[in-house]
Write a protein that binds this ligand. Structure first.
Ligand code: ZN
Length: 89
């Protein structure tokens, strides 16, 4: 049993929301962003490069994998900066 396992749904991480019910709206929005951002970046990259072949192995990096990583690092900075601007209103 993992320490992160939810006492209600027994999922790790919790899938029913019980474990997050005490968090502030700000924390929840931050978490959603943090969790969805990586998926969003891979999705964007794949849509922009429909024929790209990315490796599923951590130990074999192709040029396309390196290219993706470069893209995701740049994109992440962009997305985080745009987020900061929104909060300044
Ligand atoms: Zn749960």
């Amino acid at each position: 049993m993992s320490l992160n396992e939810c006492v209600k749904c027994w999922d790790d991480p919790c899938s029913c929301g019980w474990e997050y019910k005490h968090l502030s709206i700000e924390s929840l929005e931050g978490l959603i962003k943090q969790r969805t951002l990586p998926f969003q970046m891979v999705l964007e990259y794949k849509k922009a490069h429909p024929d790209v072949q990315l490796s599923s192995s951590t130990f074999s990096e192709r040029d396309s994998d390196k290219d993706f990583y470069k893209y995701s690092c740049k994109r992440r900075t962009e997305l985080e900066e745009s987020e900061t601007v929104e909060h300044e209103e």
